[in-house]
Design a protein around this ligand. Structure first.
Ligand code: AMP
Ligand code: ZN
Length: 470
């Protein structure tokens, strides 16, 4: 497998620390609000990466944190406390907010067919680990106390800007929301490890520490939580591209200072989903959530397809026109697959051959668009129906597009493969519906049985009647 590594700025052959095993970490959501579909683009691409690694035979352990404390509205320790802001907005406690939005996040992920990582750890579970790491950093001289907070001293490092190539403007992105300088900082990029003197009088969550009652900075949680579950050496660390600075830069600074050796080998960054006016946000313009897409009648998996049609390393612009196109593509693709008869016996050798082709093609830096093209190649190939379906099912482990599930109700009408059959089935479905309405269930059952004899199966779903060929 090949992966672009933000540390070296090159596509590299992926070699894990331990043969056959992968330790993977994902920066999780800050649970003060719903995730927007931009956030979810990152999680979706990370999900594909995880499944692709498994598809290629690796034994993957993936860990994700839940930020329920310490994240201020600017990533560089300034601005408001995000969790407190959420609690005030909804007149709830911080823990209620955290619980509600954590559940909402995983519900959205499930709708997008994003697998839950093997370990999910809220930051508030790991306060002792944070305190331990901060104490070691102080002891080793990488941290200092000022104005009653503990800061990481970036001047102690040989190299701080590990992701390089950033000009001063880009470096300041993290502090874009707020211009107030923290006068306790010895160097511009120093960051808070532990707050005791909080500017928020009503700070809800506080813990005792050797430096006084307070709460952790945001960056420390990812270093500690990943080490807790993956040990001192990690293979892949993921996040959105905005996390590169300052978040991941700071994670590396503190982790490697603590460990005294290199920490993570590959850094995987997903570029942003933008709306037509620019960067997506929870506070300006339409707040694009999975639920909003559903309210507008979109199947969330259509958004998954939309995201997978582009490369994760390119910014993607969201528009409803583009989503409509993805919806049409999805409908046609599903109908084509539904019309593949399950004939013949599965040719295992052919399935293996296509599996290897998919692993190599998509394994070239997570090329999901090429993966979708391969689905069309299989459909057009001269494999028998049973083998085609087996290969598509195999690909769909990574793509997660539910390609073999029956198409949604009514949509079968424009079955491009056989419009005559589609028209006939739709007519029968309409007759059956009329029979049911008149409470003539015997006739309704008769129609269903007749279709079954013709090799057509009907299913009643919440979205309506769905049909497929047996
Ligand atoms: P947050 O909940 O703000 O910590 O963000 C969760 C994840 O979404 C992080 O990995 C961010 O880097 C990522 N992210 C934020 N905005 C976008 C966006 N517009 N497109 C893609 N990923 C994003
Ligand atoms: Zn993180």
């Amino acid at each position: 497998m090949k992966l672009y590594n933000s540390l070296t700025k090159k596509v590299e052959e992926f070699v894990p620390n331990v043969e056959g095993k992968v330790g993977m970490y994902t920066c999780g959501p800050t649970v003060y609000h719903f995730a927007h579909i931009g956030n979810l683009r990152s999680y979706l691409c990370e999900d594909v990466l995880e499944k692709l690694l498994r598809y290629c035979g690796y034994d993957v352990k993936r860990v994700m944190n839940i930020t329920d404390v310490g994240h201020l509205s600017s990533d560089a320790d300034t601005g408001e406390d995000k969790m407190l802001k959420g609690a005030k907005r909804e007149h709830k406690t911080v823990m209620e907010i955290a619980k509600f939005y954590t559940d909402a996040f995983f519900a959205d992920c499930a709708k997008l067919n994003i697998k839950t990582p093997d370990v999910v750890e809220p930051a508030t579970n790991c306060i002792d680990e944070f305190i331990h790491m901060i104490a070691v950093l102080l002891e080793k001289g990488y941290a200092y106390k000022a104005g009653e907070n503990i800061y990481f001293d970036t001047s102690k490092l040989d190299s701080y800007y590990v992701f390089g190539n950033q000009n001063e403007d880009e470096l300041m992105v993290g502090v874009r929301d707020d211009v107030t300088e923290d006068e306790n900082k010895r160097n511009k990029n120093d960051f808070v490890l532990w707050f005791t003197k909080s500017k928020f009088e009503d700070q809800a969550l506080k813990w005792d520490s050797p430096w006084g009652v307070g709460y952790p900075g945001w960056h420390i949680e990812c270093s500690c939580i990943s080490m807790k579950h993956l040990g001192e050496y990690m293979d892949i660390h993921c996040g959105g591209v905005d996390n590169m600075f300052p978040h991941h830069t700071n994670e590396i600074a503190q982790s490697e200072s603590y460990l005294g050796h290199k920490w993570c080998n590959y850094w995987f960054h997903v570029h942003h989903l933008n709306d037509e006016t620019g960067k997506m946000s929870k506070s300006k313009g339409e707040f694009l959530t999975v639920s909003l897409l559903e309210e507008k009648g979109y199947d969330p998996i259509v958004y998954r397809l939309f995201a997978l049609q582009s490369h994760y390393r390119k910014p993607l612009v969201f528009s409803y026109e583009a989503l409509d196109q993805a919806a049409t593509t999805y409908k046609k693709l599903k109908n084509r697959i539904a019309s593949i008869h399950e004939d013949g016996a599965v040719d295992d050798a052919a399935v293996k051959e296509w599996h290897d082709r998919f692993a190599e093609t998509v394994g070239n830096d997570v090329n999901t668009a090429m993966g979708i093209t391969l689905v069309y190649d299989v459909i057009k190939s001269d494999l028998n129906g049973a083998t085609k379906r087996a290969v598509i099912n195999d690909f769909d482990y990574v793509l997660g597009l539910k390609l073999l599930e029956a198409p949604a109700g009514g949509d079968s009408a424009d079955n491009a493969e056989d419009p005559e059959l589609a028209a006939h089935v739709e007519e029968m479905i309409a007759k059956r519906a009329a029979a049911k309405k008149e409470k003539n269930f015997a006739l309704a059952d008769e129609i269903r049985a007749k279709l079954l004899e013709e090799g057509i199966e009907l299913k009643d779903t919440r979205e309506g009647v769905v049909w497929s060929r047996l």
